[in-house]
Design a protein around this ligand. Sequence first.
Ligand SMILES: Nc1ncnc2c1ncn2[C@@H]1O[C@H](COP(=O)(O)OP(=O)(O)OP(=O)(O)O)[C@@H](O)[C@H]1O
Ligand SMILES: [Mg+2]
Length: 400
Amino acid sequence: MPSALNPFVWDRPVDDPSKIVGMDGFANQVALILTGQTNVALFGPRDTGKTTFINQLALELAKSHGDDAPPFDVLRVNLQRVVSIPGFIGCVHDAMVGHPEKRLRRAAQRQIGALEKEIGFDIKVIKGSMRSPASVPAQDAETLHAQLLALRSLSEHLVVVFDEFQRLRHCPGDPLAIIRSALMSSGANHVSLLFTGSIRNALQMMLERSDEPIFGEAAQLQLPEINRVDFLEYLDFQFEASGKRADEDALEYLLNATGGHPRSTQQLAWECWLAVPAGGRVTLETVIRAHNGLVQTIERSEFAAVLSVLMGGDEGEINEVRALQLVADRGGDTVTSRAIALLDGFSSHSRVPAALDRLQRRGLVDRRDRSWYIVDPLFAEWLRRASPLIDRPIPAEEDD
Ligand SMILES: Nc1ncnc2c1ncn2[C@@H]1O[C@H](COP(=O)(O)OP(=O)(O)OP(=O)(O)O)[C@@H](O)[C@H]1O
Ligand SMILES: [Mg+2]
């Protein structure tokens, strides 16, 4: 039974619908907006389930919702590493010929074949390193445009997802204008777009700035958190179904430790699962130990690497480190406190907001209900444990 072997997925987006927790309602809501011909911009911090949600959404869109709401096909373009138009072309190519559904994959291969005949060269030449030196940016833009036109003819009811859309802000050659002309013009009424992004400001800037061509064209939504009880039930069920029952207090501790953060929760559950022999029980102690182990791995993670780059930086970057520590130690409601800011080494508490802003642009912190928090709960815990200040009393607040 494969689910017994791998009850918790944390190293890739979840595609097994029986393992996607708590997204049905939201998928239904987003599907209604998209099929109603409105584009959607979806924000969600790193590792909180955007790509997983796209999988759930594709299932939802594949359903027919009655005569006037036929099923929609979904094509996901992963822009994670795109910084140029040729790179963009490569990703669209991969999305088309690598579509999980055979019918669309075949249609895509046909379309790309026809396109290559028309432009007289192989798209993969652009994608690979063997580019002809004669190819110039204007040509690349034209190729991308033609390719997106081919893409839109893949289906009569199509949702195109640009995952990690904010990456395009560093892409020269005006990719947004090309998207707009190919996928948002009069010939594209059967196409709706979903933009996802993990850096809130960047995504918003791209959509809202009036000189950007996507201006005002998308409904902005935030990926909801997974309901705690839903997550609890899921964990409970997965442990039990795989022959390793978990104690109630163990599961409570687990969810508290991760704050219900999707990836960390699954990762911690998986570590607990590994730590217990077949037929064994997951206890509070199992979870505490597994959690400690995971917090220690942050030492060798990208978070520690980013931190050490910041530590070696200018005053602004050092202030980012201070702000991280401040949020980790004292929580995100205290960031306006003057005494605390000084304790953490800021020359003035007026420097805190700018530092938080920069951290937010890096995707390391975010805001929920006006309170700042560190997006990754294991990183937050690691910072707290390494904090030189955690036991220092906070001086009484002075008046400004
Ligand atoms: N709805 C969900 N139910 C259960 N687990 C989830 C869900 N969404 C996400 N996860 C967990 O979070 C992990 C990361 O999910 P996913 O890759 O979809 O996030 P993402 O926001 O696209 O991340 P990135 O910013 O790295 O692209 C998954 O491997 C899984 O463990
Ligand atoms: Mg993703």
